[in-house]
Design a protein around this ligand. Structure first.
Ligand code: C2G
Length: 131
């Protein structure tokens, strides 16, 4: 049973997120999503998500590729998450290329998947503003 983990905000869920989650699940049997809390988003990423944590969590849990959602509330938790959740593969979009290679020291495979072009939460927000 291969266990996969990925991290993110997943605000205004869109097909780029779904493409990522689908490919992440294809790499194993069980997919955990570490979902950024509202505080982490604001304090560390300067992102104010449109949907709050519980709403984003409920949406992710409704996706057939997602088996479990946990909270991401700091940058450092990845190292311990790998062990706590018996993770075999860490996956994230290639906008983070190289940033998490250190997780290989924890015996975890690190995979960067290509981002889906032309879609982002920021793009959605600005498109709607212009309508
Ligand atoms: N993504 C994608 N294609 C897009 C948009 C997003 O593949 N068009 C991927 C991102 O690369 C990421 C995931 O979807 O792997 C979630 O994207 P965000 O919610 O923007 O996550 P981010 O803010 O990058 O948070 O500790 C890691 C961070 O929490 C990652």
């Amino acid at each position: 049973m291969k266990r996969v983990i990925t991290y993110g905000t997943f605000d205004l869920l869109h097909y780029g997120h779904i493409n990522l989650l689908r490919r992440a699940k294809e790499l194993g049997d069980y997919l955990i999503v570490a979902l950024s809390t509202d505080e982490f988003n604001w304090n560390e990423k300067r992102k104010k998500s449109y949907f709050g944590f519980e709403q984003r969590k409920a949406m992710l849990e409704a996706i057939k590729y997602v088996d479990e959602v946990i909270a991401e509330d700091n940058w450092e938790q990845k190292r311990t998450d790998i062990h706590t959740h018996n993770v075999d593969i860490f996956v994230i979009g290639d906008d983070w290329q190289g940033k998490f290679d250190f997780l290989e020291e924890e015996g975890c495979q690190v995979v960067y998947l290509t981002r889906t072009p032309e879609i982002s939460t920021t793009q959605i927000k600005s498109d709607i503003k212009q309508k």
